[in-house]
Design a protein around this ligand. Structure first.
Ligand code: BDR
Ligand code: CA
Length: 312
């Protein structure tokens, strides 16, 4: 039976690739909802970009909900410097004809979790954790009903990509991230420690162009645009494909390796705001609240992505 998931997202080209990967695997994943949040670009664009992805995948029946338009406490920070003005720069896609589903994403997350069997829904946050944190604050009873939360965020051995200490998704809404890491649900984290090893090399990117489909062309265009930032900024060989790691983990957990550890989020110090403090070496007696991933079979990951997207 397909695993039921909710994708919480701020597309962003790498979010877009993650959404497509999930929609390309209907035998394994049942996408109950896509819930948009402000992050890479404002909510008005992350909603539209989510709709563009369900349409590109030929799955317009998958409902997209608008969520929070700003973090729980701090002002919104966006990342057009990475993703371009639209969040999906590089993909030449028409405006969506599908409308947003009625209601607020936070309420829908709560309703879905409470109305399904306990342990049957996995949350997949790919952006700032505002929607999930707000849902947990409003209805803490959802936490013990979750099968798992598998999220992209944080960094420890790699440091940060937004400040020296903090990764973007956690930095944008550290208060929400703190709620998530303390909620008690099983948690698996794809941090920069993993995603900086999922680099799109020219040979990977070429495979999207070679698909010869409208989707392949759009994915190639947007990922080629997206990777230029990290290549220039960090001198990497290719751009890290962060968010698809979450979905790839659901499909092929054997591609990843990690450790069950304690993770705490810094919410006070301005210097290290949003830092994910990982007790990798077991220095404390703090409870192990997350599986922190640290390794990836990058070729296996790209094979999976190309194989699945070529089926759409
Ligand atoms: C994360 O931030 C965003 O720019 C990406 O979509 C990803 O979710 C990486 O730090
Ligand atoms: Ca994202």
């Amino acid at each position: 039976m397909a695993r039921k998931i909710i994708i919480d997202t701020d597309p962003g080209q790498d979010d877009a690739a993650a959404i497509l990967l999930a929609l390309a695997a209907p035998d394994d994943l049942e996408v109950l909802a896509i819930t948009a949040v402000a992050g890479n670009v404002p909510l008005s664009l992350t909603t539209v970009n989510s709709l563009k992805m369900v349409e590109l995948a030929g799955r317009p029946e998958v409902p997209v909900y608008a969520g929070c338009d700003r973090p729980m406490v701090r002002p919104l920070i966006t990342a057009e410097y990475v993703h371009g003005k639209t969040g999906l720069d590089g993909a030449d896609l028409p405006d969506p004809v599908t409308s947003l589903a009625p209601g607020h994403a936070v309420d829908r997350i709560i309703e879905l979790v409470m109305s399904h069997e306990p342990g049957s829904i996995t949350l997949c946050p790919l952006g700032p954790l505002t929607n999930i944190g707000t849902a947990l604050a409003k209805a803490p009873e959802i936490a013990p009903r979750l099968a798992e939360i598998v999220l992209m965020g944080g960094g420890f051995f790699e440091g940060g990509n937004t400040t020296p200490a903090a990764e973007f998704n956690i930095y944008v809404d550290p208060q929400a991230a703190d709620l998530v890491f303390r909620c008690g649900a099983p948690l698996t984290v794809m941090p920069l420690d993993v995603t900086h090893r999922a680099l799109m090399l020219p040979r990977h990117l070429d495979r999207f162009a070679q698909m010869g489909t409208r989707l392949g062309t759009a994915v190639h265009g947007m990922l080629a645009f997206y990777e230029r930032y990290d290549v220039e900024k960090y001198g990497m060989e290719g751009g890290p494909l962060h968010d698809p790691c979450v979905i790839a983990y659901l499909l092929r957990p054997d591609l990843f390796g990690g450790r069950q550890v304690n993770v705490a989020v810094e919410v006070e110090s301005e210097l290290t705001m949003g830092m994910t403090v990982v007790d990798w070496w077991g220095m404390t007696s703090r409870p192990r609240n997350a599986r922190w991933m640290g390794s990836i079979d990058a070729d296996g990951f790209f094979d999976l992505l190309v194989d699945r997207l070529s089926r759409l």
